[in-house]
Write a protein that binds this ligand. Structure first.
Ligand code: CA
Ligand code: ZN
Length: 308
């Protein structure tokens, strides 16, 4: 199989139906997306100012990928096979941006070198990288157009740090082909992404994309080897937490035969309401549960691509 790669100049700034595909693939194929950082690689030195940037090029997402078997109502399973990062990341602070924005009178740019899988914040503060994908989504339902800066049920700018190598993300298919695009990778990010960015970095992400037919479970949902997490985005973090929690309860009740009392009590002792980000136009929360709480063979069956 020849390796399929999409160059970073094939990018979109909004998720919507009808976009011209950058590539068509079959379900089960692997594809590598070469991605710019969330500033379209416009900040390459500490003296580069965000005021001088072209703001029309913020949050590029490489794609869209058209998956031939994907029809509205299907579920897209996106396996993150590998992530490779460039050799430097960038962060900014700016007046009005993020939780501390009211305390900044001017913007700042900081380059963080990446070497041997470590990112250097400052001399003596060197961290193992934890590469993640900030923006990954599909065309939304209806005919709306959703900026790549906004998260939602279609995915988008969820900034969920569980979306990493060896994780699988599940998204709804809303239009033929699904039209998947991704970008905004981070070398490292804390829950909350409080100043409005992580260690923003360009790179490549290799995905294996599968279509699940005749399945229904709450979306978006991400799993790794340890946990599954339902993801929700809303105007306030309170609403996002509530929605993520409801989705996990729905998963237990609708897909795993729990009654709502048992589900609620179980989630209240071993489940975790967690924050993805608090800085985007909608806030994103997740509710995570250790996978071993579920019947794993049922889970496997629910999430494997083989059509039964
Ligand atoms: Ca982001
Ligand atoms: Zn980002």
């Amino acid at each position: 199989m020849t390796e399929k790669k999409i160059a970073s100049d094939n990018c979109v700034f909004a998720f919507k139906k009808g976009l011209e595909p950058a590539l068509k693939i079959k379900s089960g194929s692997e594809v590598t997306l070469i991605t710019r950082d969330c500033f379209s690689n416009q900040l390459t030195g500490n003296d580069d100012r965000i005021e001088d940037m072209d703001w029309d090029r913020i949050n590029p997402a490489t794609g869209p990928v058209y998956i031939e078997e994907a029809e509205p109502g299907d579920i897209l399973k996106i396996n993150i096979i590998d992530i490779k990062l460039a050799d430097q990341a960038v962060m900014i602070t700016a007046p009005g941006e993020g939780v501390l924005g009211h305390r900044y009178k001017e913007s700042k740019t900081k380059i963080l070198p990446i070497k041997n899988d470590k990112v250097e914040f400052s001399p003596g503060r060197v961290y193992d990288i934890e590469p993640m994908v900030g923006v990954i989504g599909v065309a939304p339902a209806n005919d709306e157009e959703i900026s790549t800066g906004t998260p939602g049920r279609h995915g988008g700018n969820m900034d969920c740090k569980l979306i990493r190598k060896r994780a699988a993300l599940y998204l709804p298919v809303n239009t033929p082909g699904a039209l998947l695009a991704a970008g905004d990778m981070h070398a490292l990010m804390g829950d909350g992404e409080i100043v409005v960015c992580g260690a923003e970095v360009s790179g490549e992400v290799k995905l294996k994309i599968e279509v699940l037919k005749n399945r229904a479970f709450p979306l978006p949902l991400v799993e790794n080897s340890e946990v599954i997490a339902t993801i929700a985005s809303a105007k306030t973090l309170d609403e996002a937490v509530d929605q993520a929690t409801e989705k996990m309860a729905d998963l237990l009740v609708d897909n795993f035969g729990f009654d709502i009392h048992e589900a609620g009590m179980l989630l209240s002792i071993v489940g975790n309401a967690e924050i993805c980000q608090v800085v985007d136009p909608l806030k994103t929360a997740r509710f995570s549960l250790t996978k071993s709480e579920l019947n794993l063979s049922d889970w496997q069956q629910l999430t494997s691509a083989a059509i039964k």
